[in-house]
Design a protein around this ligand. Structure first.
Ligand code: HEM
Ligand SMILES: [Cu+2]
Length: 503
């Protein structure tokens, strides 16, 4: 048994080698999809910027569909699976309950992701990631997503089985660490969410295959967002678990109050799924009273949880830095913070971006009247690139800089580039998000190939302010793409050729 473990010289943790292998393969696969999604993003932005207008319409919608799937499903979920194995087996010094199940999950996810990718590239599944009925994709598209979801459910079950094994075999003392607790909140939300996904993707696939005569679009949208909104909450819970991990790893911070932070995670598990109807605020099929109850009351219990974390994470960083002696004035601790450590700068970009850009705009667009004004405009992708990109994706990037030495046992290559990478990506994505929201508030639609309506009997122009806004969006995207490429190159080069450490 012991041969299956190695002792990490840096952290003293006992690392289960089969768990380590699964963490590696999931992390590498996620980064491959990030690279694919990033290249597609470049083509999208340069199509939306009318001065370049790169892609023809069919390719625009095809790449838009694949960008959403590669990023939001593949990059994020593979990484989350790696986080689940890390926070259960590694952080608890435990063996992974059943490594074979981890591999089964990985194979299902990968076969599924490839099926959906092939279906999209084949050109008969240009349905965008929401695949709203009556848009119809090839049955392969839905089958791929279902297999992917089943694989991810297996990973969540394996996470809980490993927690049970660790408890039974007494591999840790006291209660599980906060990071594992946060990952558990994410996994609880995930199991319900992914099952939800199967409930409507299966009949929709059967409808696309001609087995079922019709799908009700209204029911589809409701079920889709029961899944689609909740998947974002898995990301939020996983991101916040990463925030606590990064605060500890970078400045040695400890939660100011464990109870406070744990209560906030419980609020997520209880309330976050209920606010799904903020995606349907314009939908004629649901009554206003119902929508308002759902989004204007219940939503705030989940928002409360985010506010609790948004105060407690910076607070624990401040306390840790003040303990190091940076006590002069109000902000010496902030000035003397390790800004050259990419995981730290990433943490700050992520917390501030998720809170100020993503969170505040999310609450605004979750209000019925404001939502109706901004719906289907570029405000919406502006908002969610702040949450899933600046928030979640950056937190995952920050953690990668520690996963490389601790799990891959390699020294991060190109340290100067690594230092700069978060600034390129962070400043770029902040620019993209703000500029998208800005032009969206002028009415520029989302998912639109040609805002001049060149093929229509009349021409349309939003005017110079919007043209400038779109150019700034493209400029931000270029910065972000440089940062994204730097991240992928550093990670892949380190995995393949980094100097071996911690052997
Ligand atoms: C360099 C980074 C990125 C850039 C420049 C970028 C850019 C874009 C653009 C231009 C669109 C199309 C907006 C529209 O016309 O409606 C888009 C859509 C989208 N992006 Fe990104 N993106 C990036 C990274 C990401 C990441 C990391 C994720 C997820 C984790 C993501 C998730 C999405 C989703 C879900 C959509 C919507 C797809 C749809 O409407 O069906 N993006 N992105
Ligand atoms: Cu939502």
């Amino acid at each position: 048994m012991a041969a299956e473990f190695r002792k990490c010289p840096t952290t003293g943790l006992m690392v289960h080698l089969p768990a380590q292998a699964l963490i590696k393969i999931n992390a590498v696969t996620s980064i491959v999809f990030l690279l694919i999604g990033g290249i597609l993003a470049l083509t999208l932005i340069f199509t939306r910027w009318q001065a370049v207008h790169l892609l023809p319409p069919d390719l625009f919608y095809r790449f838009l569909t694949l960008h959403g799937i590669a990023m939001l499903f593949a990059w994020i979920v593979y990484f989350e699976v790696a986080v689940l194995y890390f926070t259960s087996a590694v952080l608890l010094n435990s063996r992974l309950a059943a490594p074979w199940a981890g591999w089964l999950g990985y194979v299902l996810m990968t076969v599924g992701a490839l099926m959906t990718t092939v279906a999209i590239l084949a050109g008969n599944s240009d349905v965008m990631f929401t695949s709203y009925v009556p848009l119809k994709a090839s049955p392969l598209y839905y089958l791929g997503i279902v297999l992917f979801a089943v694989g991810a459910i297996i990973a969540c079950v394996l996470f809980f089985a490993t927690l049970a094994v660790a408890k039974h075999e007494k591999t840790y003392e006291g209660s599980v660490p906060l990071v594992t607790y946060g990952a558990a909140a994410a996994a609880i939300i995930a199991i319900g969410t992914l099952a939800h996904g199967a409930i409507f993707y299966i009949p929709t696939g059967l409808w696309a295959a001609g087995v079922i005569p019709m799908m009700d679009p209204e029911a589809y949208r409701l079920l889709f967002w029961g899944f689609g909104h909740s998947t974002q909450q898995i990301n939020v819970a996983a991101m916040i678990a990463c925030w606590y991990a990064l605060a500890t790893l970078t400045v040695g911070a400890q939660p100011v109050s464990e109870k406070f932070s744990r209560t906030a995670f419980v609020l997520y598990a209880l309330f976050i799924n209920v606010a799904s109807e903020h995606h349907l605020l314009w939908d004629p099929g649901i009554s206003s009273a119902h929508k308002m109850w759902n989004t204007s009351y219940v939503l705030h219990l989940a928002v409360l949880a985010s506010m609790m974390h948004a105060f407690s994470v910076p607070a624990c960083v401040e306390v840790a830095l003040r303990k190091k002696g940076y006590t002069k004035g109000l902000f010496e601790w902030l000035k003397k913070a390790p800004w050259g450590n990419p995981s730290f700068s990433t943490l700050i970009f992520s917390v501030a971006g998720f809170g100020f850009l993503g969170g505040i705009t999310g609450i605004m667009y979750g209000t019925e009247q404001l939502n109706i004004l901004g719906h289907n405009s570029l405000r919406v992708p502006g908002h969610f690139h702040a949450t899933v990109v600046i928030g979640t994706s950056m937190a995952f990037m920050g953690l990668t800089y520690y996963v490389l030495p601790l799990i891959f046992q390699r020294e991060v290559m190109f340290p100067t580039a690594a230092k700069l990478q978060p600034y390129f990506y962070g400043v770029g994505m902040w620019t993209v998000s703000i500029a998208m929201m800005f032009v969206g508030s002028f009415g520029v639609p989302r998912r639109h190939w040609d805002i001049t309506l060149a093929d229509a009997p009349f021409q349309y122009s939003f005017g110079p302010t919007v043209d400038l806004g779109m150019a700034i969006t493209a400029l931000g995207a270029v910065l972000a793409l440089i940062g994204g490429a730097m991240f992928c190159i550093i990670a892949v080069a380190t995995v393949l050729a980094g100097k071996k450490v911690n052997q």
